[in-house]
Design a binder for this molecule. Structure first.
Ligand code: FAD
Length: 270
């Protein structure tokens, strides 16, 4: 591994190597967190890897998420313990070992609206969540949840309407700088030898019969078009998956439906 800057020069070198006609083991299309992760995973297994992104690293959904690294508290209600366990383990790894400079604790207030039954119900869920987090072996670094009275909740978030809650439970998850996180994974993949190029769009696929054997790409800086040959091509184009599959004249196995989230910012208290 040698440190690599994601510079115009390293991009040119990657494009020249991709255009050389040498067959790669893996070509990844799409430089969001999924594509960057695939590239890093593959290259650290010793495979030769190319990663091309049409716009810029993380320019798609991966810079527009809610930026949470969460264990998935709501999945506990669906009794999906395995998913929560795995997510909590990853959260712990990210906070403590993999990206402590990009992932930090963030506190949540769960407002309680019903007297008597809601506090024990929510409290039991959050207690289980925190306990599972501790059990993953990595999660220290996040404070334990706490119960707040009506007055305590309003002290914490004075902008709340006083009659909209009867109390609250405060718990902790984590938040990430998602765009930097994706870019860092991309750069790490490049440091291990992946050929990574942004502003490089896949415009078609090479086929031998049913098999996709590479892609036709365009360097959007110069307009140069060339073929990249690969044993396997990974479609990591997120909400553009259907468009990408259409380029290969195939319906593919997946249909991706775009989802939308709304982030409301209110004035801080401090
Ligand atoms: C509103 C919202 C909030 C979310 N909040 C969270 C959260 O808090 N925590 C969390 O973990 N997850 C969250 N997610 C989910 C997470 O953001 C996505 O799962 C993740 O970003 C998807 O990454 P991706 O790499 O699949 O897609 P993208 O990041 O969209 O990457 C796909 C890339 O493919 C490129 N591309 C497309 N076509 C081509 C082509 N022909 N050639 C080359 N490149 C191409 C695009 O330019 C794009 O950069 C949220 C999602 C949404 C919608």
């Amino acid at each position: 591994m040698k440190p690599v800057a994601l510079s115009p020069q390293s991009r040119e070198e990657a494009l020249d190597a991709l255009a050389s006609g040498r067959e790669l083991d893996i070509l990844v299309v799409g430089g969001g967190v999924v594509g960057a992760g695939c590239a890093l995973d593959a290259v650290t297994r010793g495979l030769s890897v190319g990663l091309v992104e049409a716009r810029d690293w993380a320019s798609g959904t991966s810079s527009r998420s809610s930026k949470l690294i969460h264990g998935g508290l709501r999945y506990l209600e669906m009794l999906d313990f395995r998913l929560v366990q795995e997510a909590l383990k990853e959260r712990g790894l990210l906070i403590q070992r993999l990206a402590p400079h990009l992932v930090h604790p963030v506190k949540f207030l769960y407002p309680l609206k019903h007297r008597f039954w809601e506090r024990p119900y929510v409290g039991a869920g959050v207690l289980l969540y925190d306990t599972m987090g501790l059990g993953s072996g990595n999660s220290r670094g996040l404070p334990f949840h706490r119960h707040l009275s009506h007055r305590g909740a309003l002290r914490e978030v004075p902008a709340l309407k006083a009659d909209s809650l009867v109390g609250a439970v405060q718990y902790w998850d984590a938040q990430v700088d998602d765009a930097r996180h994706t870019m860092t994974i991309t750069r790490t993949a490049a440091s291990y030898g992946a050929l990574v190029a942004n502003r490089t769009r896949v415009t078609g696929f090479l086929r031998q019969g049913e098999r996709v054997t590479g892609a036709l790409v365009t360097d959007l800086e110069t307009g140069r078009e060339f073929e990249v040959h690969a044993k396997q091509v990974i479609n990591a184009t997120g909400v553009w998956t259907d468009d990408t599959q259409a380029l290969a004249d195939t319906r593919g196995q997946f249909h991706v439906r775009a989802s939308k989230g709304v982030h409301i910012l209110v004035p801080g208290t401090g």
